[in-house]
Design a protein around this ligand. Structure first.
Ligand SMILES: [Mg+2]
Length: 242
């Protein structure tokens, strides 16, 4: 690891962050929004098509597909509604889902320990920051604001590509406004965050807050940290390989 003296930070250094399980957790906010939707559908004359556990598994699958870019959130809600309340206009349900999800952010989303202090220190040091996250834009933007993040939020839905695609990281680097060689990326997911960012030419930092085993078949992270507090100590070593 580089030196530990603080104060000399290359002005062009910039850090991109993943959001979920890196800056904040959302406590299954979207799963709950879908379960609320199910409640509304049943109230309107529809029906569940499985046990609650089966419905929950189906919801998680829909959300995973949506986050991977298979279809937008509107279609995820439509796919959920159609078999449970056929022959109806799903548009009000799409709006109801989004409203509930957005309004739930303040209650559900919790910053990871150290986030606000880290962001404050990065601002003080002149380090540019941005978020690159897979998901639907208004929700991810609101989650970012909830943890006190003030920089650009690059969301897969808006840029049309998801992590680990190189073009998603290129959109992040463009938002950061620095040369590729000065961009770091911090995330918890070895495949989409670490391997993805390294393949795209960034410096990949793995946040291993849950002490899991890193997959042996993926490129190793440039740096491993176990809490966000450790990131600040890396700043002076920005030009020194770990
Ligand atoms: Mg994550």
């Amino acid at each position: 690891m580089g030196g530990t003296e603080r104060g000399v930070v290359p002005v062009q250094l910039a850090i991109g962050f993943d959001f979920d399980h890196t800056l904040g957790i959302d406590n299954k906010l979207e799963r709950v929004a879908f379960l609320r939707l199910l409640e509304q559908l049943i109230f309107a004359g529809g029906k569940a098509i499985g046990t609650l556990d089966e419905e929950t598994a189906h919801i998680d699958d829909l959300l995973a597909q949506q986050r991977s870019g298979a279809f937008p959130i509107d279609e995820a809600v439509e796919r959920f509604c159609k078999p449970r309340l056929p022959h109806t206009d799903v548009h009000p349900y799409i709006q109801a889902y989004k409203k509930f999800a957005l309004e739930s952010v303040d209650y559900f989303v919790v910053p990871l320990p150290g986030v606000r202090a880290l962001l404050q220190e990065l601002r003080r040091s002149g380090v540019r920051t941005a978020i690159l996250t897979n998901g639907w834009s208004p929700l991810q933007e609101r989650k970012a604001a909830r943890v006190g993040f003030e920089g650009p939020v690059v969301v897969s839905e808006r840029v049309g590509v998801q992590k680990p695609e190189k073009t998603a990281f290129a959109a992040l680097v463009a938002a950061l406004g620095v040369p590729l060689s000065d961009a770091w990326y911090v995330g918890d997911n070895p495949a989409t965050d670490v391997a993805g960012s390294i393949a795209a030419g960034l410096r990949g930092i793995w946040l291993d807050a849950e002490l899991v085993t890193y997959p042996s078949d993926l490129p190793k992270p440039n740096v491993v940290i176990h809490s966000l507090n450790e990131l600040v100590d890396l700043l002076p070593g920005a030009t020194t390989p770990a």
